[in-house]
Design a protein around this ligand. Sequence first.
Ligand code: UDP
Length: 360
Amino acid sequence: MNNHTLKIVTILGARPQFIKAAVVSRALSKYPDIQEIIVHTGQHFDPNMSQLFFEEMQLPKPSYHFDIHGLPHGALTGRMMEKIEEVLMDEKPDWVLVYGDTDSTLAGALAAKKLHIRVAHVEAGLRSYNEAMPEEINRILTDRISDLLFCPSETAMNQLCKEGRLANDAKVVMSGDVMKDAARQFAPLMRKPATTLPDRYILCTLHRTENVDNPQVLNQLLYALEQTCNSSPIVCPLHPHTRKSLETIGYPIDCSPIQFIEPVGYLEMLYLLNHCTLVMTDSGGLQKEAYYMRKYCITLRNETEWTELVGCGYNHVVGTEPAAILQTVQNLMDVPPVFPIPLYGDGHAAEVIAETMKGR
Ligand code: UDP
């Protein structure tokens, strides 16, 4: 690269992206001839869904911070694109770096590509094969126009191969999962949340649109969780989106048998993961973190992008029917944690990403 400083504009917007970017940003900062400029779209804006992660994971402050949230997908993506395009026209970066599968991811990739700026996608090649999920559309389209695709697994590499991405100019790299890096780096700093925790508890999170925006499904899930509380307490950090849905259906959050708490920071989440008996979730990231922290996971969806965990018996995809959920909780409750199969790389994905971008 000689004397040329490589300029990377990173687009972030949602909580899991702050966690992923924290480790990659740290790896990029080791290269004096890489300049990273962070753009925050504002998709997640509550201090405990955004600012907290920048502070405790020491992610550099965004150079550009928009306030775009709470809109339908089209309007959200469109407004983000408009603002990101302005930044890219001013900054003229060599790369735009995007993470995962949110509307911020797609907006960043599209805005860059139309300006002929190269796009790098972290967490490429994942598929749920459920196109009713907004995330699935974002992943497919972002992968389709990315120039550099960082995959967390062989399955993801094979998927991109099937889609013809290995056969053209795009470069596909098996980096491993950056969330494994985050768990490895931040686990020693885990911190107990400022709340009274039961001795033994199941950790639960819920926020997927298909679960919480459909009152019938939401009620089914609440019933299953309440029934589970008869055999084990449940601690549930409550996503703001889910809080809204619970309020809409008139669910008594404060006198539920489920222990709802405010969303916690990443260090507290690692503590909750480390001390729980089981994980129940519809989150993508948490399915893997359960495995990294040696906990079995019950996934409250009909499919998962992280299929290796299912193949190994570490993750049980049960859907949203109470009977199946309750049966699986009983089956897994006292199973000793045995996780011999290494998955998703060696916990140094961020270094692979930084090194690859440096060399391009
Ligand atoms: N997380 C957190 N605090 C919480 C709930 C989740 O730090 O109160 C972390 C979690 O450990 C994981 C990430 O947020 O690293 C997952 O984000 P989310 O479930 O919102 O998104 P998804 O992974 O489903 O895209």
